[in-house]
Design a protein around this ligand. Sequence first.
Ligand code: PEP
Ligand code: MG
Length: 560
Amino acid sequence: MTTLSVKKTSSKGIVIGKPFIVENPDLSADRTPSKDAAAEIALFEDALEKTQDELSELAAASDIFEGHLMIAMDSSLSDAVIAKINEGSNAQVALEDTVSEFAMIFEMMEDEYMKERSADVKDVGNRVMRKLKGIAGSSLSDIKEKVILVAKDLAPSDTAIIDLNYVMGFITELGGVTSHVSIIARNLELPALVGVNGIMNAVKKDDTIIMDAGKGTIIINPDSQTIAKYEKLAEEFRKHQAMLKELNHLPPVTIDGHHVSLCANVGNIDEIKQALKNNIDGIGLFRSEFLYMENSHFPTEEEQFKVYKEAAELLEGKEVTIRTLDIGGDKSLPYYTFDPEENPFLGWRAIRISLDLKDVFKAQLKALLRASAYGYIRIMFPMIISVEELEAAKAVLEECKQDLKLAGIPYDENIQIGIMIETPASVACVEQFAQMVDFFSIGTNDLTQYMLCVDRGNKKLASMYNSFHPAVLNSIQTVINAAHKYNVKCGMCGEFASDARAAKLLLGMGLDEFSMSAGEVPNVKYLIRNSNYLAEKEHTAEVLKNTKIADIMAALGEEE
Ligand code: PEP
Ligand code: MG
């Protein structure tokens, strides 16, 4: 029995079953020079024809493949490959180079739909490359029994071939919580763990796997006792989820009538659409950096405007809190070179970058202001540490407002401005900040790492990275108190907001808004609806008197 632990849950649930291991062959081109152009052309044409036949069959089952077939039939692609072969490349190199050129052209297009076609071109290219290299086709379409899919990564076309009725869950080595497979898993309410280092080597075909995605646990070849334990847990989980779903149409209000807001954290428009199915009160955090990261250039004002406008419209008057670019730290951009840094998390990131790259900042702020005419947009600045920094950010915003005013372009004149409270400095200066903004959102992911000097991504320190540390809890209470003193709304958008062990404590501290992955909303709502605000307020004061994590957990009636 082997147990693996993972931090990133993309979709909760418990499953027990056999793995289906998706092989990922090396599809890079063999770069040996071509000796015979005619022979290479014949090889390519044969591979292309086989691909077209294969796609014609698949097109009957799914629209995705109809699009792929059109790409495979398009003579501009085959003409470009053949031209490269005639210039001296072998078939594999000609194909690889042509596909990356075509994919790049799609990526550069303004239209979101056309941009996404770049993945389809690459998919078709991979299919032809398999034939050229003599690699047997993917057998994903052959799955005919219930399995847990284990893969290095899963592309949209992979998941389109699989009969998802046979999939119990997903485990991938790559991908983040916003990757395609994560979104599919959440849509289908199937458990999934992504970013599981070494899973491809750890699992073999005939193994039995238990995945408890909520806890981030994978057990390979469990004994019968462990299987029995998890079968029971899985049944309890199913029943609990069904109960939560039934209650989720109700408002997030405590037994004694205290209201809070339950909002969603998202990274793109698709996630907003998904989140809206969970009866949310708004978007508490739109991580705008994904718009920048999944691009080939700094997105223009116009490109961003379209996205923010759509977000505002989708929310139909409910809040959409959009955080300005939070790049640097562990996040980079494919089209911008960051100087190497000794301590990237203490380096050039977030608002520091925006204030230095003023044109980039202004493009984003103008896009946000323009979109604010179409709904309830709130602007949030990340990683603020000083009054000067906030003044500077607000001055740029003022400049943008003036530009728009001069151009006669409408925007919400009362647009709300807020900051992430995620640095010890912002906690220490919180009273000043409270007098300068409309709202706070506590970013416990960073606040915990900066407050405790524990890198949030360092596996060795994972047990020290704990938001129940009294330093973090007391900071949260300080921030909420300061916010309320100055009539500022206080939310939280770090992972801690959806920690079931913390829900009543945060309620008792007076948190106004909890923002989290939308799938967590029903659970937190259930906890809130079963709480008594005044009782939790009193209890919280008692809990915060403790000076050790173990005593805090005991006072909360929770395990560490
Ligand atoms: C946070 O730091 O808590 C937060 C929500 O921001 P991110 O995780 O994107 O740094
Ligand atoms: Mg942060």
